[in-house]
Design a protein around this ligand. Structure first.
Ligand code: PLP
Length: 217
């Protein structure tokens, strides 16, 4: 299962696989690590820290869930990428904590594309306002590497494809308007177990896959 998905995502589609290991024990992560997987995603800071401490130090950890400002300091020393930055004040704190650790942390700006109340992320108008204001793009401790989004949890593949296509359009606009001379703005993190094939067809460069790799939670 792991090899099939890894091959499909990375060899066939030239995208990056983030194995979402939330709620799964360290042993399950280590088993996949031994098969060659180096990038794992977690959504809770406490759980992430516990796993970070006992697992191999060359694992790249990706924070994919909503992040409370007062918890940034716990992950700032080691986190590879934060996919869920959805406001200027959070970006400022990530930058500050990164600098305290003499690091620059890669972040993605999470955009709300789903037609559901519960999804986190920037409203598109707020995203554009923060980018136009400009402060977020000049924070010294972060490197904005792209956008992240989650489609609605629906069976309608056309709706999911439409939402991913919308995000890809926003990505292209934002890149052109605000990051045209920054090669590092190149990642589009979209697609989970149920919709990663659609996301890859719509231009995802990173997919975040949990249950299809590790089994149901
Ligand atoms: C849990 C989670 C995933 C992975 O979900 P699966 O359906 O298990 O693949 C991806 N992205 C985010 C933000 C998540 O919270």
């Amino acid at each position: 299962m792991y090899e099939d998905i890894k091959n499909y995502v990375e060899t066939n589609k030239k995208a990056t696989l983030i194995a979402v290991s939330k709620t799964k024990p360290a042993e399950a992560i280590e088993a996949m690590y031994r098969k060659g997987q180096k990038r794992f995603g977690e959504n809770r800071v406490q759980e992430l820290i516990e796993k970070y401490e006992i697992l191999p130090k060359d694992i790249e950890w990706h924070l994919i869930g909503s992040l409370q400002k007062n918890k940034v300091k716990y992950i700032a020393p080691f986190i590879t990428m934060i996919h869920s930055c959805d406001g200027l004040s959070l970006a400022q704190i990530i930058s500050k904590e990164a600098l305290k650790n003499n690091r620059r942390i890669k972040v993605l700006l999470q955009v709300k594309i789903a037609d559901e109340e519960t999804k986190q992320g920037y409203e598109i108008s707020d995203l554009m306002a923060d980018l136009e204001n400009g402060e977020i793009t000049t924070l010294p401790g972060i490197e904005i590497c792209g956008l992240m989004g989650m489609a609605s949890f629906v069976d309608d593949k056309a709706q999911i494809a439409h939402e991913f296509r919308t995000l890809k359009g926003i990505f292209e606009d934002v890149k052109k308007q605000f990051f045209s001379n920054q090669e590092s703005f190149k990642e589009l993190s979209m697609g989970m177990s149920g919709d990663y094939e659609i996301a890859l067809d719509e231009g995802a460069t990173m997919v975040r896959i949990g249950s299809a790799l590790f089994g149901a939670r």
